[in-house]
Ligand binder design. Structure first.
Ligand code: AMP
Ligand code: GLY
Length: 428
């Protein structure tokens, strides 16, 4: 079978690496891909959101399955686009329908869904200009809580990972609420979700579903802030570890019973088509899992630790998703730990330079290198994004895996390279 994978980051390189290993894969194409995906498949210069170009390529290259990496094409309805087209409707798209993708595309939709299905999450109120005064009252109510916790304001729509504000001061929170409703994040913040602050440790759980049955993939923890000690600005993710030591059997049983099953059942009851990955961002509050967010795709850089821990054939699992017989498939995982450390361009997540030569890639030993933001220029691999390369390593312990990732992080080099030296340290 020929497979088309959409996207261009480290997540897509890790997915492409895994898809390419399947005996069922004939040709693997990645649109648009990066210099790393080009080593395991063929890049095609098509944007992941250019549905007409995707259609044309799919039909002319006998594509048997489309795997969607990022959220944008899903939220824009690529699943429904295929279903509505006579020439495309028999070709499975791995990802939810447009309505299913609203679990990520609209925080208000996700919160209301969790309320309807009694899925544990923070208390909230959705606010627009029409009920601004109610929103201010809700912030005041939260300010009366004994804990004096910060205020959490979330833009309802996609805001390139920047739409969540955590603010300590009540007056500032009220001002920010108004600024968001006035368009700070454009249309994405025409509705704002105000949430109760939850305090605890976070982890990510990944579910693969055919809409009826599901498999829980290895869990992971990512490190979101740019600075050591999880300080400074939010990034797309600076590194990840899997497994997550606190996500033990007892905790994962609660996650499955209280979150995964009600989510799948809820989608089914509401006739929302969902054949793909569900990423559940969780926080552990007093031993109990609560949902911080849903994403309708895999995480990045979590995929760079989750894929290496899957032993089973990914294409076979995805065939189960496409054809509704996922329950018959076997998910084997690797008991070893995998860690990833992300090399980023100096200045990221603010302004940074591109086009810097990357050296040392040929000297790496005992790690998997997943390209995030790279390109090929004059036969040389150069930086082409804020997050540049993820270095994933196996170990019998998290410490052993980290040692390997950090050793190779010193070997690979480019001007103004930066990485966090404390990824996973609390577990090692
Ligand atoms: P989200 O985009 O919803 O995942 O939010 C981004 C980050 O903000 C999360 O990973 C958390 O670290 C933090 N966050 C979001 N919601 C809450 C909350 N209710 N309480 C505490 N932290 C939160
Ligand atoms: N690493 C977080 C995300 O992919 O959303």
């Amino acid at each position: 079978m020929n497979i088309l994978l959409l996207g261009s980051g480290g997540r897509e390189h890790a997915l492409a690496w895994k898809l390419a290993q399947s005996v069922q894969t004939d040709y693997l194409f990645i649109a648009p891909g990066n210099a790393g995906t080009a080593t395991v498949g063929t890049n095609v210069a098509i944007a992941a959101t250019d549905f007409d170009a995707v259609k044309n390529f799919t039909l002319t290259n006998d594509i048997g399955m489309v795997v969607v990496g990022p959220e944008d094409p899903l939220v824009q309805g690529i699943y429904d686009f295929f279903k509505a087209d006579d020439a495309l409707k028999a070709i499975p798209v791995i990802g939810p329908s447009k309505t299913g993708a609203q679990l990520e595309g609209s925080k208000d939709f996700a919160k209301a869904f969790m309320m309807r299905h009694k899925i544990p999450t923070a208390r909230y109120l959705s606010v627009t200009q029409a009920n601004l005064s109610e929103g201010i009252d809700f912030l005041r109510l939260l300010s009366k809580a004994e804990t004096k916790a910060p205020y959490v304001l979330k833009a309802d729509g996609l805001a390139a990972g920047k739409g969540v504000l955590i603010i300590n001061d009540l007056d500032e929170a009220i001002r920010e609420l108004q600024a968001m409703l006035d368009g700070r994040f454009g249309k994405a913040s025409e509705t704002v979700v105000i949430e109760e602050f939850l305090s605890g440790i976070e982890c990510s759980v990944f579910v693969l579903t055919d809409g009826t049955s599901y498999k829980i993939l290895p869990e992971a923890k990512d490190y979101k802030r740019i600075g050591v000690g999880d300080t400074g600005l939010n990034t797309g993710g600076m590194g990840a570890v899997s497994p997550v030591p606190f996500a033990d059997k007892a905790f994962m049983k609660k996650v499955e019973e209280r979150i995964v099953i009600p989510t799948i059942e809820g989608l089914k009851k509401e006739n929302i088509e969902y054949k793909g990955f569900i990423f559940v961002g969780l926080i552990r509050v007093d031993e109990e899992p609560m949902v911080i967010e849903y994403n309708c795709r895999m995480g990045d850089p979590e995929t760079e630790v989750v894929m290496p821990r899957i032993r089973s054939d990914l294409v076979d699992l995805l065939q189960g998703v496409a054809h509704g017989n996922l329950a018959e498939k076997d998910l084997q995982t690797d008991p070893r730990a995998v860690t990833t450390v992300m090399l980023v361009s100096g200045g990221y997540p603010g302004d940074y330079a591109k086009g810097k030569n990357i050296t040392g890639l040929d000297k790496v030993k005992n790690s998997l290198i997943f390209h995030a933001g790279t390109a090929e220029k004059d036969n040389q691999i150069v930086t082409n994004g804020g997050r540049v390369i993820a270095i994933s390593s196996y170990g019998y312990t998290i410490q052993e895996a980290l040692n390997q990732s950090f050793a190779n992080a010193e070997i690979i080099d480019f001007e103004d390279k930066y990485y966090r030296k404390d990824i996973g340290i609390e577990f090692s």
